[in-house]
Design a protein around this ligand. Structure first.
Ligand code: NZQ
Ligand code: ZN
Length: 380
């Protein structure tokens, strides 16, 4: 087991009606709030109106930036940061899914600086200060509500990249499972797949910590137990709550403690599919994971077999485990091949080139010469 420092400063407010705590919690950070949201789901549900009304009733001043898209782009981050800067806001409040929250994190880091936001993603600048970030999560998937990561695309640079900073932890995140009831079936499934993939990245990471392995398997099993019935009963509070809690735990740091790192090669490759073809994040992972395990099974066959055996409660070989995991993703109606996505002319050459530009790699399992093409061939 490795040495580690456990650090997570986010206050997580979880449960039905928990938004009642929003105004009291954020009052301490000031009165001028930049509210960031996506393409309209929070307007349609009435959530935006409800929150901004309660903020204004409490004497707070609301500025807004809407339109953040799924697989968010750096241009929106820059435009929103300019609005925040020009209006001297005290904090950023994100209302939405992972794309909105990830954008809000970088907006909060960019408002105090004069250089481009993208500098944080390519190592040209390190965040030194940031406005407080508050989130109201509406989609269970990424874990961004309780972690220091943000992932944003830059089409000009042809990269979808991540930044991590302790300053990007939200101060408070509000998770009311009822707010996820309007998430459509497909994105609900992508969220379940994403949280499982976060656990798998930890499982295939470097270092050995039996406690982490046990936590990882518990979270995966919770997703496998609550996920399929949820897809048949999207209005179930209990199932929504179970998946929402599992998604937070899957990427709030606890699965990596005592290990050297997760792997993250599958995520890095999945980001290429999102960058080039706007594939939803969770769907990119259900395509890449089976291919990645097939690519690396000669090196980590026993680890794959152990994972599959634990997930399905029977003794499986690596090949059987990959088949069963792929089958589980299919049972969620997630794609496992590019052809399942109806993409317009996916190109192997473009995918390999974009992987080269982004230097796609895992932290544990390293791609060697020729592996990008082998991986991409396995998407077909
Ligand atoms: O834009 P709106 O109109 O809000 O619609 C969204 C979007 O179309 C919709 N939605 C969200 N909440 C809803 C809802 N629709 C109805 N009812 C609700 N309550 O769902 C769609 C997808 O939203 P999005 O935020 O894109 O999904 P998700 O939460 O899966 O976030 C994906 C992004 O997070 C990044 C991904 O790469 C991707 O860009 N990730 C962030 C991570 C992190 N910060 O730790 C880790 C992850 O591995 C991931 O990379
Ligand atoms: Zn993910």
């Amino acid at each position: 087991m490795e040495n580690f420092i456990a650090y997570n400063p986010t206050s997580l407010h979880f449960g039905k009606g928990i938004l009642a705590d929003l105004v009291p919690a954020i009052r301490q950070y000031g009165k001028r709030i930049l509210v960031v949201y996506g393409q309209g789901s929070v307007k349609r549900s009435g959530l935006y109106e409800k929150i901004t009304h309660s903020l204004q009733s409490a004497g707070m001043e609301v500025f807004e930036y809407g339109g953040i898209r799924s697989n968010p782009i750096i241009e929106d981050v820059e435009s929103a940061a300019a609005i925040g800067r020009d209006n001297g806001v005290d904090m950023v409040l994100a209302i939405g899914g992972g794309s909105v929250i990830d954008s809000a994190k970088v907006i909060a880091l960019t408002i105090p600086v004069s250089h481009p936001a993208w500098d944080f993603f390519v190592g040209k600048a390190t965040p030194q200060s940031g406005l407080p970030i508050i989130t109201v999560l509406t989609l269970a998937a990424t874990g961004t509500e309780m972690n220091p990561f943000s992932v944003v695309s830059n089409q000009k640079a042809r990269m979808k990249a991540a930044v991590s900073s302790p300053l990007a932890f939200p101060k408070h995140s509000f998770l009311d499972p009822e707010l996820t009831m309007t998430v459509p079936r497909d994105y609900t499934a992508f969220g379940i797949a994403d949280l499982m993939a976060h656990c798998m990245e930890a499982w295939f990471g470097a270092g050995n910590c039996p406690m982490s392995d046990k936590l990882i398997l518990s979270i995966i099993k919770e997703a496998m137990e609550a996920g399929p019935p949820l897809l048949n009963d999207l209005q179930s509070y209990e199932l929504r709550a179970r998946i929402m809690y599992a998604a937070t735990l899957a990427l709030n740091g606890i699965t990596i403690q005592g290990k050297v790192s997760g792997d993250w090669g599958v995520h890095a490759a999945g980001h290429i599919l999102s960058l080039l073809y706007d594939v939803p994040h969770g769907a990119s992972l259900t395509i890449v994971y089976p291919a990645w395990m097939r690519l690396f099974k000669s090196q980590i066959g026993s680890r794959i077999a152990d994972l599959g055996s634990a997930m399905f409660n029977e003794s499986l070989t690596a090949d059987q485990a990959i088949g069963r995991i792929e089958g589980f993703f299919l049972s969620l109606d997630c794609p496992v091949k590019l052809r399942d996505m109806n993409l317009r002319n996916p190109s192997m050459a473009d995918m390999v080139e974009a992987m080269e530009t982004s230097k796609v790699n895992g932290m544990n399992m390293k791609f060697k010469e020729g592996d990008y093409l082998k991986l991409v061939e396995l998407f077909y």
